[in-house]
Design a protein around this ligand. Structure first.
Ligand code: CAA
Length: 427
């Protein structure tokens, strides 16, 4: 690993809801050829949240596993930043709930970042900068991407839904991936490609326009990154993209291939074969989970590290992050020495292994119940409970109520009542 790269991700952990639906089941209910979803969009299944799961519980689950599996000393965490576009409160951040639910030290900054699917990348960059400012002190931050991607029933976006959370430990000991210290390649444009007004629980999207905005931002950031870093196409062992649906990463790779072919002025190896090597190994988990908005790029990273080539240490990965609206960034990381040794701790395959597939009526019932949990007076014992140790019980007196069974010390489980859990009715 290059000497100057000394900050980045020390550990990662993934949480995926317990339930999912096969896209073929959804296609049958819509009277659509399943090949459109399987091949045209590239997905296989999508996660379905239980009524007792929300962006807070998913974030807390991912953070709990991160802390437990990477032997994190809770008192060392000086910052928790949550990137999300499906926040649960206009004022109180998800980070604040998570901080209380997993029992971190009061000497800690907590806040959320929001810019559609770019939110977690903004959080990572910010946390990395804060670690560097520590000038060699053992500053550590937890950055979490957590979202529920939900579109109108029957809309074109519905088969691209999903849900999940990724927690990342950011520090100056980048055992998993170290950030390359190259200039930022960012791109912002005020566009209406995808948005969600405050009064809606489902996103609105100008579908084809959103694809064009994504690809335009990719072109700009790619050119800027190559220009400022001096890196070339062949310097990247893998190219990872924001994955609103897996076929989008395929389109993105093909666009970079076209740009590279034009730059070189000579024939390139076939794009499809290069895609199979450079990008496809990162997509297997996204194919199973669907879009998780702010976490989808990091699910691709986690998937690659967990099941990609074992001899990946030191390899450079290019990452493209896109948030509608829009803000995008291209950056790169170098895989650290412990990435493959710690693969089992990330937990992607493990999270997917225990899932329960639901039929179409159950999917509709679950999303209706889940959306109904947001209103005051919704507090009740959930039907179709998830598998987490943190559960959302509903809203009572305009306060969200959570129940957590988390061990602050390691072995003994602590059972939190709604009163005892921070953020759970304690204001
Ligand atoms: N067999 C195989 N493929 C088929 C098929 C069949 N029977 N029928 C259709 N297809 C293919 C189509 O050819 C098309 O592929 P290409 O794009 O490669 O041509 C693909 O299936 C999709 O079909 P349509 O073009 O008819 O598209 P649609 O109207 O169903 O909508 C969509 C597709 C616009 C992506 C829609 O799912 C959507 O709005 N999704 C949400 C928005 C989104 O994800 N945008 C991405 C960029 S924005 C972003 O990245 C932020 C974010 O996270 C949301």
């Amino acid at each position: 690993m290059e000497r100057e790269c000394r900050f980045g991700i020390e550990g990662m952990s993934v949480h995926v809801p317990r339930h999912c639906i096969d896209l073929g089941t959804l296609a049958a209910a819509r009277g659509i050829d399943p090949a459109k979803y399987y091949e045209g969009l590239g997905g296989r299944r999508m996660a379905v949240v239980s009524p007792d799961e929300d962006p807070v519980t998913m974030a807390a689950e991912a953070a709990r596993r991160l802390v437990e599996r990477h032997d994190v000393d809770r008192s060392e965490i000086g910052m928790v930043v949550v990137g999300s576009e499906t926040g649960v409160d206009a004022a109180k951040p998800i980070a604040s709930y998570v901080h209380g639910l997993i029992g971190l030290s009061p000497q800690c900054r907590t806040f959320d970042t929001q810019h559609a699917c770019y939110g977690a990348t903004a959080a990572l960059q910010l946390a990395a900068g804060w670690c560097i400012q520590g000038n060699g002190s053992r500053r550590k931050a937890i950055v979490i991407a957590t979202d529920i991607a939900r579109y109108e029933v029957g809309s074109a976006g519905e088969p691209t839904q999903g849900a999940g959370a990724i927690a990342m430990l950011v520090s100056c000991e980048p055992r998993v991936v170290a950030f390359d210290r190259h200039d930022e390649a960012v791109f912002t444009q005020d566009v209406m490609d995808f948005w969600r007004p405050h009064y809606r629980s489902t996103a609105m999207v100008d579908g084809r326009h959103s694809l064009d905005c994504y690809l335009r931002a990719l072109e700009h950031t790619w050119d800027a990154y190559l220009g400022s870093s001096g890196l070339r196409f062949e310097d990247f062992r893998h190219l990872l993209f924001h994955v609103p649906f897996p076929k989008m990463a395929h389109k993105a790779f093909h666009r970079l291939h076209e740009l590279e072919a034009a730059r070189r002025g000579v024939a390139m190896p076939p794009a499809e074969a290069m895609f199979d090597t450079l990008t496809r190994p990162s997509l297997w988990a996204n194919v199973e989970v669907g879009n998780i908005y702010s976490g989808s790029l990091y699910l691709a990273l986690a998937g690659l590290l967990e099941q990609g080539d074992a001899a990946i240490e030191g390899a450079r990965l290019g990452l493209f992050s896109y948030g509608s609206g829009c803000c995008a960034e291209f950056y790169s990381v170098l895989v650290g020495p412990d990435a493959t040794a710690w693969r089992g701790r990330i937990g992607v395959a493990e999270a997917l292994a225990g899932r329960v597939e639901v039929d179409y009526p159950t999917y509709v019932e679950m999303r209706t119940r889940s959306e109904g949990m947001a209103g005051d007076g919704s507090f009740r014992e959930p039907v179709h409970p998830g598998n987490g140790r943190v559960r959302f019980l509903g809203v009572r007196d305009h306060r969200r109520v959570y129940q957590a069974h988390i061990s602050p010390g390691g072995d003994q489980l602590r059972s939190c009542t709604s009163r005892a859990c921070a953020g759970a009715g304690s204001g």
